[in-house]
Design a binder for this molecule. Structure first.
Ligand code: G6P
Length: 372
């Protein structure tokens, strides 16, 4: 199997390194020469897409976190309210869904039973259902009105990595397409965001080129019992995903929090030596988020935390409060999750490997959960 793993120690390691290509392939062929988005496969009538007044993303696990990221981008670009809900919660709470609702079902495998049941329920209520899926001909796309395939290639490791990045990229395409169709963004702005999006595979590669530093720290932390992850805005779902990776493959208690929530509870968990990852937004953002997150790093540090900080190249403000800084290339805020999550994946994979665990086949988990 060494050959199928492409020389990597595990499928997960290989799939982390497949990510620049997974994103590039998902973007490929979906713009015309003038820079307009063409999503021919999106076979939901344009009139329907123009009339939708709400989007509900349904998914489970990592796929649901890609939906969380999408919410920030789609609402900002399209001014359509987006709800994100775990498929099994959606299905059993009598959700308000109708012909003007677009339900987006995100699933790597296309076979997750919880998500499939939610798709069926949404269609019975008259919603249009778009699947975002990595597996051709699987059940969820077959039962949906339309499908936007992610082109991450087959994902073997149980813990999802490249499918996540491809799902986020596909959600961005959907958001930009809706903005184009509904005229909510000017063509120039759309073109600019698309250019930024196309620059991402190279930036992801640059994060991978720096992986040794991340692995080194991870190997030294193999005996830790718990990790906290803080993020704000799109950094919040990144924090949730970073924590999930550690739970899944390293069997370490890890929790992700919205950084603004820190003072409302989680800070009570911080004591001497507690490792805390902080996903820092771009200092170039127009809002005050960067300063707020930097002060969160100070707050946890003052209570004894060891801080592991994911920050943009050139962001010097974090340095005085960080025990370790993992650098990511400068990226527009809404697109930053595609680079910020990568060090967290590398960290979890290296730490679990250092513990001698089988990162591809973690205990108690299945790649695709086909029972409710
Ligand atoms: C399982 C896997 C997770 C995955 C989730 C959703 O729990 O272990 O890695 O995120 O299912 O899977 P899907 O195929 O629907 O994306």
């Amino acid at each position: 199997t060494a050959a199928v793993k492409g020389g990597f120690a595990s499928f997960m390691d290989k799939e982390i390194h497949d990510q620049p290509k997974a994103v590039a392939d998902t973007l490929l062929g979906r713009t015309d020469p003038r820079g307009a988005l063409v999503l021919d496969e999106l076979r939901i009538p344009e009139a329907t897409l123009r009339s939708i007044d709400k989007i509900i993303v349904i998914a489970c696990g990592t796929a649901a976190y890609s939906g969380h990221v999408a919410k920030y981008a789609i609402e900002h670009w399209c001014r359509i309210p987006v709800e994100v809900e775990l498929a099994h919660e959606f299905r059993y709470r009598d959700p308000i869904v109708g012909p003007r609702t677009l339900v987006v079902a995100i699933s790597q495998s296309g076979e997750t039973m919880d998500t499939l049941m939610a798709v069926r329920h949404a269609r019975e209520q008259g919603a249009s259902v778009l699947a975002i899926c990595n597996t051709h001909g699987s059940t969820i796309p077959r039962e949906s009105d339309a499908v936007l395939y992610t082109h991450a290639g087959p994902e073997v490791a149980v813990a999802s990595t490249k499918a996540f990045l491809a799902q986020v990229a596909a959600c961005y395409l959907l958001g930009l397409y809706l903005a184009q169709l509904r005229g909510t963004k000017f063509p120039d702005e759309l073109r600019e965001i698309l250019e930024d999006l196309h620059a991402l595979p190279d930036k992801i590669q640059r994060v991978l080129d720096d992986e040794e530093a991340v692995r080194h720290v991870a190997q030294k932390m193999a005996d830790e019992e718990s990790f906290l992850f803080l993020g704000r805005h799109v950094g919040y779902p990144v924090a949730l995903e970073g924590a999930l990776k550690l739970k899944e493959i390293a069997y370490i208690h890890a929790e992700g929090f919205a950084a603004g929530e820190l003072k409302h509870g989680p800070i009570a968990l911080v004591d001497e030596g507690q490792p805390v990852f902080v996903i820092v937004p771009s200092p170039r953002g127009r809002d005050q988020l960067h300063a707020k997150v930097v002060s969160n790093i100070q707050e946890v540090r003052a209570r004894g935390a060891r801080t592991l900080v994911i920050a943009e190249d050139g962001d010097e403000a974090v340095v005085p409060y960080a025990d370790v800084v993992f650098r990511v290339p400068q990226t527009p805020s809404l697109l930053a999750p595609l680079v910020a999550v990568v060090p967290l994946q590398i960290f979890a994979c290296a730490l679990a490997t250092a513990k001698g665990l089988d990162v591809d086949q973690p205990r108690n988990l299945a790649k695709s959960v086909t029972v409710e």
